[in-house]
Design a protein around this ligand. Sequence first.
Ligand SMILES: Nc1ncnc2c1ncn2[C@@H]1O[C@H](COP(=O)(O)OP(=O)(O)O)[C@@H](O)[C@H]1O
Ligand SMILES: N[C@@H](CCC(=O)OP(=O)(O)O)C(=O)O
Length: 374
Amino acid sequence: MYLPQEMDGLVVVKVGSSTLVDASGRPDAAFIARLIDQIAQLRHGGRPVVLVSSGAAAAGRERLGFSAKPTDIPSLQACAAAGQAALTEAYAKELASRGVACGQVLLTRRDVTDREGYLNARNTFFRLLELGAVPVVNENDTVSVSEFTFSDNDMLGAIVSALLGASLYVILSDVAGLYTANPQTDPAARLVRRVTSVNDEVLAMAGGAGSSVGTGGMRSKLRAARAMIAAGIPTVICEGRADNILVRVAGGELVGTRFEADEGSSHESGRKLWIGLAEVTHGRLTVDEGAKRAIVERGASLLPVGVTKTEGTYEEGDVVDVVDASGFLIARGVVRYSSEDMVRVRGLQLDVIGRFMPDKATQPAIHRDELLVF
Ligand SMILES: Nc1ncnc2c1ncn2[C@@H]1O[C@H](COP(=O)(O)OP(=O)(O)O)[C@@H](O)[C@H]1O
Ligand SMILES: N[C@@H](CCC(=O)OP(=O)(O)O)C(=O)O
C-alpha cells in the first residue's frame, strides 16, 4: 500500500454517541472543545489524526423536535441528517479556532468494499491529511440503515484504520474499557488491561449498548477490535471524558483496554483479508438466512452447511464475497476450501464432510477471525 511519509503515526479516533451528547441529548460543547483541543495538539505535533464521530442521530433529535429517540428508520435517518450538520459545524468551528481545517467524509461500508470507491476514499483521506486537515467521518446514514439495525461505527472506524494503515485505533467510550462483565449491572466487574485474542471467553464479557443513545455496546467494539488484531493495528478502548486521554493514549500511556496480537504471531490471513477489501475478489458464496444471522448477529464462523451456492474459481486462502439470498453483500472473508471442494461440501454438516474429507472435519467455510462483516 502506498503510504506517504507524513502518514507515519496515524491515529484514528472514534467517539461514541453516549460520550458526545449530554444527558439532555444535546452535543456536549465543552466535551467537543476538549476533544478537538487534543486532536489539534496531536496535529500540531506532526501526528495525522482522523476522527470518526457518531452522535448525529442523537444530536438531530432535539433540532427536529423529537422528545425521545424515534424508533422508525426514516425518522432516525432524518435526525442523523440534521444532527450531522450540527456536529460538523461544531467540529469545524473548534478546529478552525486552533488553525486546523476540517474535512467531512460520509461513507457507507459498501463504498469502501468496491475497488473504485476504496481508492477514491483513500486518496481523499491522504490528501486531506497531507494538507494538514482533520477528516471527520461518519456513516452516510441517508443511504445506509445498517448501523441502526445491527452494527455501528466501531467497525466503520476499524475499516478506516485498515484503509489508511493507521498505527493506532482509539475507541473513546463512556466506559473505562472492557470489563469482565457489564459494569453498569455488575459491581464486581473488573477492568481488563490487555487482550491478545477476542475469543469466546472475551466475547462473553460484553453486553449490548448501555445507554439510550449508543447503539453498539461493548460487543460491537470487540468485533472491531478482533478485526484490528487480525490486521495488526493496536486498538485501545478507553473513557473519552478522562483528562487529556487521547494525547496520553497516542503518547503510548497504558490506559483503558489495549488489544494487540502477541508478538511474533502472524497476521497473514488478516492482512490478506484487508487487502481483499481493495481487490476484486475471487468468488462469491450465497448463504441461507440462518447462516446470515449467525455471522451478522452472533459473529460466528460461516459453516459449509449454510452455503447454498458458490460462484467463481478460487483456492483455499483466497478472499471471497458472502452474499445473502437476494445477492446483497454482507461480508468478505478468507475461504478455507477451494471452489472445487466447495461444490462438494456446501449444504453439509461438518461430520458428514469429515467422512469423505477427514482433514476438513472441523473446517468452517470461513473462520470468524477471517470474516469481515459489513
Ligand atoms: N463487559 C463490558 N465492559 C464495558 N462495558 C460494557 C460491557 N458490557 C456492556 N457494556 C456497556 O457498553 C457501553 C458502551 O457502549 P455504547 O453505549 O454503545 O457506547 P458508545 O456510544 O461509546 O459506542 C458501556 O457503557 C456499558 O454499559
Ligand atoms: N451514524 C450514527 C452512528 C450511531 C452509532 O454508531 O453510535 P455509537 O454506538 O454511539 O457509535 C450517528 O451518527 O448517529
